[in-house]
Design a protein around this ligand. Structure first.
Ligand SMILES: C[S@@+](CC[C@H](N)C(=O)[O-])C[C@H]1O[C@@H](n2cnc3c(N)ncnc32)[C@H](O)[C@@H]1O
Length: 284
């Protein structure tokens, strides 16, 4: 089967933002080679690639406004055959520590063993976002570790579950009554498989947007993008019990004041931030 490969030679400070954007646009795979600059390769069905390339160029223009001194980013497209890339990204997914308590193991490398003092999570993200390697995911894990109290198992909403990694982390930390939603039906299927693989029963999966969830939660964790958060903040406020915790991720450091103002305007009284590189998460 033929695919269009978009190659984006990306300055390192934009690497995560561009990679995330490509995933949000529905890339069937994104992988990175080298540094200074990084070559990002993303794969799309040919009929979709042209529109993505056009929107990517607009997005890159907005990033250049945020970072005017970064070099211009070049995007090229070429046709490739699926077999050439479908397995290649797996080379980059290594077993590794995640947060304070977890050890992440790609499913195809599970025989390589565990870290004795850490809780294993075996993951095959397939076509969904959420290897656990991305800063935005890692920040959510750190924040979940601080707010999930196993002695009082919280009800958790994982909004934008992707591979299901945050639902698994929440479950392993002691949360129960977990709801995991994603607008992408493929992601929901992948999340179900990963949760089953990691013995996390009873999770309520739904294909729906974060702002259409019903029920009440003690914790909401959402690793999406600023625009989706802004659209969903009111729903998050309504779905959280009084005193509940909201973890937002997928934000850039440059978006700190925008999200702070929006949270305060939606009735959240305190906001604290955590960052890694260009990426920002907050707890409200
Ligand atoms: C950056 S990934 C996060 C995946 C995983 N939770 C993690 O932290 O690694 C964002 C996910 O949110 C989903 N998504 C995007 N907009 C959404 C929305 N408005 N409501 C629910 N899910 C959404 C995407 O399909 C994608 O799977």
């Amino acid at each position: 089967m033929k695919w269009t490969e978009l190659r984006i030679e990306t300055p390192d400070r934009l690497r995560e933002a561009v990679s995330n954007y490509l995933v949000e646009q529905g890339a069937e795979g994104v992988w990175e080679e080298g540094t200074f600059p990084t070559m990002l390769r993303a794969y799309f069905p040919p009929e979709q690639a042209e529109a993505v390339q056009t929107s990517l160029v607009v997005y890159l223009g907005s990033l250049r406004e945020l970072y005017p001194r970064t070099q211009r980013v070049h995007v090229t497209a070429q046709t490739v055959v699926r077999e050439e890339w479908a397995e290649k990204w797996k080379e980059f997914f290594q077993p590794q520590a995640l947060g304070e308590q977890f050890f992440l193991i790609p499913k195809w490398r599970r025989q390589e063993g565990l870290a004795a003092d850490r809780i294993p999570i075996v993951l095959d993200p397939g076509m969904a976002f959420g290897t656990g390697l991305h800063e935005s995911t890692r920040l959510c894990v750190e924040l979940l570790e601080t707010v999930v109290n196993a002695a009082e198992p919280p009800r958790v909403l994982d909004a934008g579950t992707g591979s299901g990694i945050l639902a698994i982390v929440a479950y392993k930390l002691g949360a129960r009554a977990i709801t995991a939603v994603d607008v992408d039906p493929v992601a929901v299927e992948v999340a179900k498989e990963n949760c089953a693989e990691n013995n996390c029963p009873g999770i309520d999966f739904k294909v729906c947007s974060a702002d259409h969830v019903t029920g009440e939660f003690d914790i909401i964790v959402a690793n999406i993008l600023l625009e989706a958060h802004l659209q969903s903040l009111r729903a998050y406020r309504e779905r959280l019990r009084t005193g509940g915790k909201l973890i937002l991720s997928g934000l850039l450091v440059s978006q700190r004041e925008t999200i702070r103002a929006a949270l305060l305007a939606n009735g959240f009284l305190t906001v604290t931030f955590l960052e890694q590189g260009e990426w920002l998460s907050c707890l409200a």
